[in-house]
Design a protein around this ligand. Structure first.
Ligand code: NAX
Ligand code: ADP
Ligand code: MG
Length: 282
């Protein structure tokens, strides 16, 4: 297997940009989260809340109509734009020009959602995170990746990765295929797992934070929010990907002594984001 670089606290401190005392919400980036469908609006809530709590100034979440009240009530700080369709997205129209977009958690694979994703990729120019069902849809339409901005961040778990690159027979082959994929489409692949690796063309980075408490529903949805927030704040994708996976894992390392593995949930990740930033002690 190819040797990897470790993503350590020392590395993260080199790229962390603490918030300026003159900052205001207009300088902290406006992120857009496109997520959710009937029964999976929770994915949109988790991604949006983690996005906001990673420091971006404004978050707008685009959901099908059924998500409107859920989002407005559960996160009053987040603005909400809705699709004309009730249960899943069909036509993404944003009332703003975002600094970054995270798309995919819980959107499903309905034909309407597929068309909406294609049209969105055709017009979008903002730095992008692709996760979950966006990846599942793209797996069946790989040429759509030619539409995405260079260095778009893809965050597949192992099953989603298999859908994207096909089956592998060994760990070495998995890395080889992912490197070839990253080079071909000029994207950054966050290979989620234990541990998570980041593949940026031929470079491989191994995260040093995180534990099995993260093996819980919605854990990846929060990572999408964290990464989108960092992109919106102006972190380059190569730095946002490292910082995001590091922070995400760190929440679990900090929380574990208090929660144990079993009671840790995706909401605990969000709860511990503040402590994760503070533990960087800059
Ligand atoms: N509260 C919510 O609304 C939630 C919505 N979710 C959304 O639900 C949709 C379906 O997501 P799923 O990921 O469950 O479905 P998938 O069908 O993509 O993945 C589940 C499959 O992947 C395998 N898998 C996952 N992680 C693995 C690992 N680390 N090693 C080996 N195999 C692994 C599982 O065993 C299972 O076979 C997504 O859009 C997702 O964002 C989920 O995030 C759960 C929470
Ligand atoms: N045993 C584990 N050790 C470390 N991290 C884990 C472990 N299990 C899961 N994770 C992390 O949790 C997240 C799960 O993401 P994902 O499968 O997309 O969840 P969901 O779709 O439910 O939100 C990934 O970031 C993954 O690296
Ligand atoms: Mg997921």
């Amino acid at each position: 297997m190819k040797s990897s670089y470790l993503i350590t606290k020392e590395e993260i401190l080199k790229l962390y940009k603490p918030i300026d005392s003159k900052a205001h919400k207009g300088t902290q980036g406006h992120a857009v989260i496109i997520a959710g469908s009937y029964g999976k609006i929770g994915a949109a809530v988790l991604a949006s809340k983690s996005c906001l709590k990673t420091g971006c100034g404004l978050v707008t979440t685009f959901v099908p109509k059924c998500g409107y009240q859920i989002l407005q009530i559960s996160i009053p700080e987040v603005m909400v734009a809705t699709d004309e369709n009730v249960n899943f997205i069909t036509n993404i129209h944003l009332p703003l020009i975002p600094q970054a977009v995270g798309i995919g958690p819980g959107i499903g694979k309905e034909l309407g959602a597929q068309k909406a994703l294609f049209e969105f990729l055709r017009v979008n120019k903002a730095p992008l995170v692709l996760d979950a069902d966006a990846l599942n849809i793209i797996s069946e339409n790989l040429s759509w990746l030619e539409l995405v901005p260079e260095d778009t961040i893809l965050t597949p778990h192992p099953k989603e990765l298999e859908r994207l690159i096909g089956k592998w027979n060994s760990e070495a082959e998995k890395f080889q295929k992912t490197i070839a994929f990253s080079e071909k489409y000029k994207v950054i692949v966050v290979m989620k797992g234990a541990p998570t690796y980041i593949i940026n063309r031929t470079s491989v980075y191994e995260n040093t934070t995180g534990n099995a408490a993260l093996a819980t529903a919605g854990s990846g949805d929060t990572l999408t929010g964290i990464l989108t927030s960092l992109l919106a704040q102006g972190y380059e994708p190569k730095y946002a990907s490292k910082f995001g996976v590091y922070l995400h894992g760190l929440t679990a390392d900090l929380a574990l002594p208090k929660t144990g593995y079993e009671s840790f949930t995706a909401s605990t990740i969000i709860k511990y984001l503040g402590k994760a930033f503070l533990s960087l002690d800059v």
